[in-house]
Every structure is written in C-alpha cells, then in structure tokens.
Design a protein around this ligand. Sequence first.
Ligand SMILES: C[S@@+](CC[C@H](N)C(=O)[O-])C[C@H]1O[C@@H](n2cnc3c(N)ncnc32)[C@H](O)[C@@H]1O
Length: 196
Amino acid sequence: MTGWIWIVLAVFGGLFAAKMAYALSVAVVLPRTRGALYVSTSRVRIRALLDAVPMARQQVLVDLGCGDGRVLSEARKRYGVRAVGYELNPLAFIRAKLKTIGCNGIDVRFQDFWKSDLSEADVLFCYLFPDVLKPLAEKIGTDVKPGAIVVSANFAIPDLVPNQVLRPGSSLHNDPIYIYKIYNMQGKPKGSDTPI
Ligand SMILES: C[S@@+](CC[C@H](N)C(=O)[O-])C[C@H]1O[C@@H](n2cnc3c(N)ncnc32)[C@H](O)[C@@H]1O
C-alpha cells in the first residue's frame, strides 16, 4: 500500500515540477518575448503547412521562436532543407537542442530573433502573438528577400495580404495559417493575389 502512495507522490511531484519549470522559463523571458508563450504547433498543422509550401533542398527555413524545434525537424525530414530556429526560452531551447542532436542541417540558436538577420530565409515561419506581428511586419520589410515565403500560424501579419489562408481539416486544429509571398515594393512588404 505504501508503495502506491510513493508512486502517486512521485507522479504528482514530477508533474508539479514540470509545470513549475514551464512557468519559470516563460516568466524569465516574458519581457523579451513580449507575451509570446512557449506553445507548440500541432503535427497536423505542421503537415498542412508543409503540404502547402513545397521547398527545395538548397533552401533555408527559419522559425522565429522555434519552441521544441518540431517545425524545423519536420521541414528537414520532408524536404531536406536547412532549418534554422531562434529561441530564447531556456526550457524550449534545451528541448529543441536535445531533440535535434545529431541532425545535420538543423541549427537551433539561443538568440533573440529581433537581433538576427532574416535575409537567409527562403521560408520564414512564426507562431507569435498579435502584439509582436506589427513590428515583425517592419522587420520583414527590411530583412526578408523578395520571393521569400512567410507563414504565420494563427494570427495574420498586419499590412500584408495573404496569398493563401489554410484551415487544416481537423476541428481541433483548424485555426488559420496565413501564407504570404513577399515582394519588395519601395521597401514595403506586400502580399499579392497571385498563387504561390
Ligand atoms: C507560440 S511558441 C511557437 C513555437 C514553435 N514555433 C511552434 O510553432 O511549435 C513561440 C515561441 O517564440 C519564442 N520567442 C518569442 N519571442 C522571441 C524572440 N524575440 N527571440 C527568440 N524566441 C522568441 C517563445 O519563447 C516561444 O517559445
């Protein structure tokens, strides 16, 4: 009987410790992530966006706030692209690093993406919150090369017109995914109605 009590205590203790580690890791970086929490995109949604955005092996996918690195891994697995992720949350960063050990072509950086140059991206993915997307639109305008694709999960990027809006079929995962092709018109990014 006492054996069971120890098992239950160990399970609840483990869950509590995991929750605390999550809360702490989010709290530490909150001022720098401007409220963007560490929440992962579901596999169903990642598959849907990869279906919609075919990539060539020599291309580079960048995930701004890569969480546990799942978008990087899936893109690398599917298309053989080089995948670069920026992450500030220490827990997410460690998970991403552990999950991608030995994976050539995946580069997870413990770095603030606002301080990075996004010009290497052929495909730029983000799952960030609306407060962040307004300044991100400006950074896209200055950094991202013409012809690159930007994918924003759940929230539209202000001032850009999406070329496509996906709604993955499953009722649990059908929040919109916005896809933009970036053209450089007098330095101002703009989506277009032409298909990707
Ligand atoms: C909603 S999660 C998305 C995780 C992953 N992209 C996915 O879709 O599964 C957003 C992540 O962005 C990270 N983040 C937010 N602002 C950042 C910044 N300025 N530099 C690096 N990472 C950032 C957060 O720590 C968080 O893990």
